[in-house]
Design a protein around this ligand. Structure first.
Ligand code: NAD
Length: 492
């Protein structure tokens, strides 16, 4: 049975009848057939969101009323967690414990923004001090309007929640387009919205490809804001589309995040966080610390220990117990990562381990965890995002060189530093040009803290209160309160 689009509170086929298949990356089987939205379906979804915003109750509800729906969504996600997590594994390939973590986090994101929605009702009126006492002025915040949310395939349901939860909390209505590679849990989110009786048109989910559904959504004149997570190239296309009719736009893009390890760091701790920083979620993580800089005094010892631990990583289908590295998400990504590895070898980096399909698997997009050492700073693999389980390692001789190498990138999403010297960690954190800096760890992400990048890693911040603000417009309301006539044209 074809999985349908969710538009205006109804399940519909694409008007053209077009569909596409969803593939399980662990065994390459077809697990679902999904409606392929075309521009006319996108228009229908935007019209529904527009009407729900302009004429429906949603933006006028109190924060507490909206919070009630968000909590309802969080509760149903938790009730269905085992089923949703397994579906995420089948769709994306990630190991089950990671999927369970993601889905719990997804529920937590809806709860977090429910709290912020409630707090909006209590917020004190913001008065603007004016230099002229004939006027008073205050600031109000209003929902930005209809949001077009376009997301990638690496954390399918979690990425949906990072946009949908704050947008709904703010009073916006949403058209969500999941990645065509992993559309299934976004459809579950639509089912849940339906179950908690979210008013029709407040959340619409359209599955489809980038060119057929994503581009028309970015181009649509009735969308007020585009919230995009994905690659730099697509982010640039989305921003250009937004420029045509001056839509608000927030972009969460790629990265090539550095991890600096000083020679006073514990080797075991460094190895643990290097592994977590690049092999968790198969390295398909925008903030993955894929460039590791190790002080030359520690370099050989650390590499030896890293190799020893990497060899112990269990590779396999995400549903198998004990698996720490699942298959990559699809054939395209698999071939891209293999090509990047080939390029690294050609460029003369030392391939310490991995780089190929594990012998145990004839099918599925499995790849051994891959470590390149002695990587040249001018090489392609050092500079470009690979988005797979591939780490590039290089030595450095002092703090200034480490910071220079870390910042020498067009990206600036995340960075990490490890040392026992607190003052040094603080100094280096300040100098790293990135939106997220981890000290003595890599990757832990909290809904409460701002998320987003400097440079080509994006524009704007998600999560925390910053995530909510990006779905709100600031309005000044200025009143003339003097009894005296203004007297410019009509002279007293
Ligand atoms: P992608 O850019 O190929 O696709 C992202 C989304 O954009 C998909 O839904 C796709 O269908 C859609 N799309 C494609 N072409 C479009 C177009 N012309 N107009 C509008 N939408 C279009 O990215 P991906 O391969 O799905 O994801 C991997 C990338 O995402 C990596 O570069 C990664 O770093 C980045 N990412 C960033 C973050 C972050 O928070 N910064 C998080 C996850 C992933």
């Amino acid at each position: 049975m074809v999985k349908q689009l969710y538009i205006n509170g109804e399940w519909r086929n694409a008007q053209s009848g077009h569909t596409f298949d969803v593939i399980n990356p662990a065994d390459e089987s077809v697990i679902a057939t999904v409606a392929a939205a075309q521009p006319e379906d996108v228009s229908a979804a935007v019209a529904a969101a527009r009407q729900a915003f302009d004429e429906g109750p949603w933006p006028q509800l109190s924060g507490a009323e909206r919070a009630h729906y968000l909590r309802g969504i969080a509760n149903v996600i938790r009730q269905r967690l085992p089923e949703i997590a397994r579906l995420e594994v089948a769709d994306n390939g990630k190991p089950l414990p990671e999927a369970e973590w993601d889905i719990e986090d997804t529920a937590g994101t809806f709860d977090f923004y429910a709290d912020l929605a409630e707090a909006m009702d209590q917020a004190e009126e913001e008065v603007v001090e004016l230099p002229d006492d004939r006027f008073t002025s205050r600031v109000e915040k209003e929902p930005v309007g209809v949001v077009g949310a376009i997301i990638p395939w690496n954390f399918p349901m979690l990425m949906a929640s990072w946009k949908v939860a704050p947008a709904l909390a703010a009073g916006c209505t949403v058209v969500l387009k999941p990645s065509e590679v992993t559309p299934l849990t976004a459809l579950i989110l639509a089912e849940i919205a339906d179950e908690v009786q979210l008013p029709a048109g407040v959340l619409n989910v359209i599955t489809g490809t980038g060119p057929e559904a994503g581009a028309p959504l970015s181009d649509h004149p009735d969308v007020d804001k585009l919230a995009f997570t994905g690659s730099v190239a697509t982010g640039s296309a989305v921003m250009q589309a937004a420029a045509k009719n001056i839509k608000a736009v927030s972009l969460e893009l790629g990265g090539k995040s550095p991890f600096i390890i000083f020679d006073d760091a514990s080797v075991d701790a460094a190895v643990e966080w290097i592994l977590f920083g690049i092999f968790w979620n198969q390295g398909e993580v925008c903030s993955a610390t894929s460039r590791v800089l190790v002080h030359e005094n520690l370099y050989e010892r650390l590499l030896a220990r890293l190799l020893e631990e990497t060899a112990k990583i269990t590779i396999g289908p995400g549903l198998e117990p004990g698996v720490l590295l699942g298959p990559l998400v699809n054939r395209t990504q698999y071939e891209k990562v293999l090509a990047a590895i080939g390029r690294g070898v050609e460029e003369g980096a030392t391939l310490l381990c991995g780089g190929k399909r594990p012998a145990a698997f004839a099918k599925g997009y499995y790849l051994e965890p891959t470590i390149f050492a002695d990587v040249d700073e001018s090489s392609w693999i050092w500079k470009e995002e690979i988005f797979g389980p591939v780490v590039c390692i290089k030595s450095f001789f002092d703090e200034a060189e480490a910071v220079r190498l870390a910042n020498d990138s067009r990206f600036g999403l995340a960075a990490a530093v490890m040392s026992n010297d607190k003052a040094r960690c603080q100094r280096v954190s300040r100098r790293l040009r990135a939106g997220i800096v981890w000290v003595n760890c890599s990757q832990p992400t909290f809904t409460q803290a701002p998320w987003g990048g400097f440079k080509q890693s994006g524009i704007g911040r998600e999560l925390g209160r910053w995530g909510l603000e990006s779905y709100r417009e600031v309005k000044q309301i200025t009143e003339y309160v003097s009894d005296e006539p203004w007297g410019w044209y009509l002279k007293p």
